[in-house]
Write a protein of this length. Structure first.
Length: 115
């Protein structure tokens, strides 16, 4: 999946299946967003939008690279669009899920090597 496809997709309206590098099972974007109503109803106050959360761009860059299979590094403009489209809460949630998954994958790899 390319970054442009991800940014133009409507993940709340239809299922997006993405293959993540290093994982055999498909990655379903809407599952990470918890549920459609939560994501649609989620609105951040103007104060929190004006105050940029620490790490938001780092999280967004990591998520974008993960979702696109590390094909290309996203530009600053793509990261900015991604941040404005999904908001800090969703991006942080995606980031934490991906970190958990990569940790599980690493432990599984280590276990296979040791056996």
């Amino acid at each position: 999946m390319h970054i442009d496809e991800l940014l133009s997709a409507e993940p709340f309206r239809r299922e997006k299946v993405v293959r993540l590098e290093g994982f055999k099972a498909p990655f379903v974007l809407h599952e990470l967003l918890a549920n459609e109503q939560w994501a649609i109803n989620r609105q951040e106050s103007e104060a929190s939008k004006a105050k940029k959360p620490v790490g938001n761009e780092f999280y967004a860059r990591y998520v974008l690279m993960s979702l696109t299979g590390y094909e290309v590094e996203p530009t600053d403009e793509e990261v900015s669009k991604f941040c404005s489209k999904f908001g800090h809460s969703v991006i942080e949630s995606l980031y934490l899920k991906l970190i958990d998954w990569s940790d599980v994958a690493e432990k599984a790899k280590d276990a296979r090597k040791n056996s």
